[in-house]
Design a protein around this ligand. Structure first.
Ligand SMILES: [Zn+2]
Length: 273
């Protein structure tokens, strides 16, 4: 792995409170996104980017995949997260990635069959682990309550959205406050962001955001119920959307905003590992 991580502290004490079960235990590393997802060559990423954006110049993706990890959860929770959810998260990433790298002419929308309840919980679990400090923030507590409880209902203010993300960076941001509707300064919402090739996920306290497709419309499915998820290949946003501050957006946040992660690939030749 060749990764530059821009957050300030990468380590928490070896013994600490697990971000998931809240017990004081020795902490293990959680990879966010989980290992075993899609790994494309730089050329493949570049061609996907051009395919989706029709952009020959301009904002080109950089080199390769990267890995970010957090030592914030105990081994038991880490194993549970992996066993219960990582296969579905990775299948989704690999499956969508395969469409994007095929030589077929792509339709505007593809449908991908998956187990949405596992996908949703897995993304929430890794977002929970992706925070350096143990906190009792609302989102953290909500996710702790439902993560390994199959019968627990997802709270109504956890809404998970997604879109294609043809960039090689991993971007993680926790507990950031932004405008609920871009350009409308009368209302804000809380956001959690996890973006990595080929899908970006956004968790918002509001029931909709900028017309994005919602994963949590499948929130009532059982863990192993399957559904076809429509993926709109034509909707590509800037790599730093929506957290980019512009005329239609502001970003407010506390301590964890400073710990947001933007992991970009390093050049192999300069940084041998
Ligand atoms: Zn734990």
């Amino acid at each position: 792995m060749h990764t530059t991580v821009s957050y300030k502290r990468t380590l928490r004490k070896y013994i600490g409170l697990c971000n998931i079960c809240k017990r004081k235990k020795s902490l293990s590393w959680d990879h966010v996104p989980p290992r075993g997802g899609i790994e494309l060559t730089p050329t493949e990423i570049r061609s996907v980017f051009q395919l989706l954006t029709d952009d020959e110049k301009g904002d080109k993706p950089r080199e390769s995949q990267n890995g970010v990890k957090f030592r914030t959860i105990c081994r038991d929770c880490n194993n549970q997260l992996g066993i219960q959810y990582d296969a579905v998260i990775n299948d989704f990433a690999i499956g969508v990635g395969r469409y994007l790298t095929s030589s077929l002419k792509l339709p505007a929308i593809i449908n991908f069959r998956t187990k949405p309840a596992r996908l949703i919980r897995g993304i929430l679990g890794h977002l929970l682990s992706a925070k350096m400090e143990f906190e009792s923030a609302v989102f953290d507590e909500q996710v702790r309550n439902i993560l390994f409880d199959e019968k627990a209902e997802l709270p109504q203010d956890i809404n998970v959205f997604f879109w294609v993300y043809p960039y090689p960076e991993t971007i993680i941001a926790r507990d950031i406050v932004m405008l609920a509707v871009r350009g409308d300064f009368s209302n804000v919402a809380m956001f959690q962001i996890l973006k990595y090739f080929p899908i970006a996920y956004l968790v918002v306290t509001e029931p909709r955001y900028e017309g994005l497709d919602e994963l949590t419309r499948f929130r009532d499915l059982g863990l192993d119920d399957e559904a076809e998820i429509p993926i709109r290949l034509g909707r590509v946003e800037h790599r730093h959307w929506p957290e980019l501050v512009d005329r239609g957006n502001i970003v407010l946040g506390g301590a964890s905003l400073e710990e947001s992660v933007w992991a970009k690939p390093r050049r192999k030749d300069r940084n041998p590992v």
